[in-house]
Write a protein that binds this ligand. Structure first.
Ligand SMILES: *Cc1c(COP(=O)(O)O)cnc(C)c1O
Length: 391
């Protein structure tokens, strides 16, 4: 169903609208229930109780203890806290970190920052479907390895990683294992025992909660060096007055998303597969990412000989909001690190298109984009792939 302004919104991997039920749950904490959870008076204690309840709700979904939940300002901060915090806390044991070459920048750039501090990072390759091999993780482990961080599902191409297997391996070697599960929030099971992870990041705005709120699960006994110093909030692991409304929004959104997950995944997968079938009929178009082990909402493609950025501008003129891993930095279109890592060559990796579906997506939207794409791709190829506007 198009948005009220007529947009066919296909960028749910970038962000999602706040669910009205989530907004309703949050509103009192902006106004009458504005108390600081640190206050001893009833107004403060009601806010503290709301934070406690949210923590318990999220812990029930992740099947962990409430004390293992740390609220942050988003997915990026959760990734930073987990990676820098665990690496620094274990610095005396070693200085080696293992990650993959297709992580979100919140992980990659954090690892690069740690390299500046003397850590050594192994960036594992992925196969053509965007999957890390468990054997490659095993082979990369050294006596100095103090952290493995591999994402649950990729934000550009949707591939899902064998997290439980990697987790079992890390656990056997007593190496802390973090996963950026941000894209899995409303779409994949998040049982941390089954996933065998020690740390897991989530971001509320990826599952119909507010932007600017994240969750870090940190298994009891996993040592962490705080990255934000100040008050004793979050059991001394992350200082700062709690974002009470945001935290209530995050727990409400995660509860709704996980309650509706199984039916929504069935619905989205059917729409996604229809969309993939339609787009694959376009000449010189191919699916990127794994054909089956992929997020239910992710349809991502490469088109030979065109520029993704130009395609996005044409789609926008037709009222379709989408995104591409081939972003325009300066005058040239650079392929994303993910497209390079899956081995797409220069003829293909500039023409990436990501269409991500969500709660508002219906067959009507799939039909609209499927009808527009073939002629846009065709005309861009005839134009010799020059972007329609520079910006
Ligand atoms: C969106 C996203 C993030 C960053 O989350 P923010 O809440 O926007 O900071 C991190 N990792 C992945 C995989 C994401 O998709």
């Amino acid at each position: 169903m198009p948005l009220p302004d007529g947009t066919h919104y296909f960028d749910h991997a970038a962000t999602t609208p706040v669910d009205p039920r989530v907004l309703a749950a949050m509103l009192p904490y902006f106004s009458t229930e504005f108390g600081n959870p640190g206050g001893v008076y009833r107004l403060g204690q009601r806010a503290a109780a709301a934070v406690d309840e949210s923590r318990e709700e999220i812990a029930a979904i992740l099947r962990c203890r409430p004390t293992e939940i740390i609220f942050t300002s988003g997915g990026s901060e959760a990734d930073n806290l987990a990676i820098k915090g665990i690496a620094q806390a274990n610095r005396a044991r070693g200085n080696h970190i293992i990650t993959s070459s297709i992580e979100h920048h919140a992980v990659l750039h954090t690892c690069q920052a740690l390299e500046q501090q003397g850590f050594q990072v192994t960036y594992l390759p992925v196969d053509a479907q965007g999957r890390v091999a468990v054997a490659d993780v095993a082979a990369a482990i050294t006596p100095a390895t103090v952290l493995v961080t591999i994402m649950l599902a990729n934000n550009e191409i949707g591939s899902i990683q064998p997290i439980a297997e990697i987790g079992a391996l890390c656990r056997a070697r007593h190496i802390p294992f973090h996963t950026d599960a941000v894209q899995g929030g409303g779409l994949l099971p998040l049982d941390v025992t089954q996933l065998q992870v020690d740390a897991l990041s989530l971001s509320a705005h990826k599952f119909y909660g507010p932007r600017g709120v994240g969750v870090l699960y940190l298994r009891t006994g996993t040592r962490i060096a705080p990255q934000t110093h100040g008050g004793s909030q979050e059991r001394n692991r992350r200082a700062g007055t709690e974002n009470v409304a945001g935290i209530v929004g995050a727990s409400t959104a995660l509860t709704l998303a996980q309650n509706e997950r199984v039916t929504e995944v069935v619905r989205l997968s059917a729409l996604r597969d229809q969309l993939i079938a339609n787009v694959e009929r376009i000449p010189a178009a191919r699916l990127t990412g794994h054909p089956t082990d992929r997020l239910a909402n992710n349809a991502s493609f490469a088109f030979q000989g065109i520029e993704g950025e130009a395609l996005l501008l044409h789609l926008d003129l037709a009222g379709i909001a989408a995104s591409s891993g081939s972003a325009c930095t300066s005058a040239v279109v650079d392929p994303s690190h993910v497209l390079v890592a899956i081995g797409l060559d220069d003829h293909w990796n500039r023409g990436h298109l990501r269409l991500t579906l969500g709660r508002d997506t219906t067959a009507e939207d799939v039909t609209a984009v499927s009808a527009q794409l073939p002629m846009m791709v065709e005309s861009l190829r005839q134009l010799g792939s020059t972007p329609i506007a520079s910006h």
